[in-house]
Write a protein of this length. Structure first.
Length: 343
């Protein structure tokens, strides 16, 4: 407390340009028997959702802010859990956030550095247990790279016809911790460049909502994971002919949020789709660029079957950097709490 003003402490990171606001000690209860259950309860809880809005909405955040509340793990197999949030609610997965959490856990000493130079930070998220594999320099101890090892991911549908305001296109649907629609940007008369971002947002939102209430948006095993979380609009930048594709994407997620990074869980969905289509071959690497020029490298760690689906375990490599620590206060006289969103 600062006088009679509640304080919320956060540590902020960015992963490939995309923000991630970490709340180590959320000042509200987040009950549940595991992280997926905590997410479901938080969605309908005024205190949890109010804290999300306070930290995400203006004037403390903005329409594209992203973050997470740290929770206990589901069991002793993980170091901690997290509830991911954005301006429209609580998401099922977040790869860029997991990469940032790996950096935060090692840099704060929450997870002790492994002398080998590779420290696994295991995190329970709503879609399952994931790992941030943090690589550090043996001499300086500085973090050089973080690999995000995701839950099994798989293609759900290919060539789904979508009639948009920019014409009829075909979308592929894939799961990478969340369900994504994949559409080639040029089929919409667009390119993944900052100059087209307004049009990319509009058509990305349109495609999401056109598909969200269809059978294609249904997760086959867990309805808590259902719904088109985002639209991945991509440019194909070629391949070396040996199964190493190079693409650029912008992921429009939630209701019109723009991922500045290449999108971690979206990249996993892309890996699954490209592997199913034979574009990303065994041993190959996807070079995945964002609309702001940041880059993830993605590969398949293993293949397996999940409920009749041919699935892959994707690994996405990137970096994350701290941008600041904050002590947010709430003035009892402030009439704009929890805030507002302008898009």
């Amino acid at each position: 407390m600062a006088g009679n003003r509640p304080i919320v402490s956060t540590t902020d990171y960015h992963t490939g340009g995309e923000p991630f606001r970490i709340v180590p000690d959320p000042p509200v209860p987040l009950p549940g028997h595991d992280v997926p259950d905590r997410r479901v309860r938080a969605i309908g809880d005024d205190s949890a959702d109010g804290l999300r809005r306070l930290l995400c909405f203006e004037p403390r955040g903005h329409a594209d802010m992203y973050g997470g509340f740290i929770t206990p793990p589901d069991d002793e197999g993980a170091h901690f859990g997290v509830l991911f949030w954005h301006k429209d609610g609580f998401s099922t997965a977040c790869g860029h956030g997991t990469i940032a959490l790996g950096a935060w856990a090692v840099e704060t000493g929450l997870v002790e550095r492994d002398p080998s130079g590779v420290t696994d930070v295991r995190v329970d998220v709503p879609s399952g247990r994931v790992t941030a594999r943090v690589r550090t320099d043996g001499e300086t101890g500085e973090i050089s790279e973080i690999e995000f090892v995701n839950v099994p991911s798989y293609a759900l549908a290919e060539g789904v016809e979508v009639r948009t305001s920019r014409g009829t296109v075909r979308a592929d649907i894939g799961f990478g911790g969340a369900v994504y629609a994949h559409v080639r940007a040029r089929d919409l008369g667009l390119e993944v460049v900052p100059e087209h971002v307004t049009d990319l947002i509009a058509v990305g939102r349109e495609i999401k909502w056109l598909l969200n209430d269809t059978a294609y948006a249904k997760h086959p095993f867990d309805d808590r994971l259902s719904g088109i979380y985002g639209t991945i609009l991509y440019d194909d930048l070629g391949s070396d002919g040996a199964g190493n594709p190079h693409q650029r994407n912008v992921t429009i997620f939630a209701d019109g949020q723009v991922d500045r990074s290449p999108c971690g869980s979206g990249t996993c969905s892309r890996i699954a789709m490209l592997a199913a289509q034979g574009v990303l071959r065994p041993g190959g690497v996807l070079t995945h660029d964002s609309i702001v020029g940041s880059r993830f490298l993605g590969r398949v760690a293993e293949t397996l079957e999940v409920g009749g689906y041919e699935a892959v375990v994707p690994v996405v490599a990137g970096t994350a950097h701290e941008t600041g620590s904050h002590s947010f206060v709430v003035d009892p006289q402030d009439t704009l709490v929890p805030g507002f969103v302008l898009r």
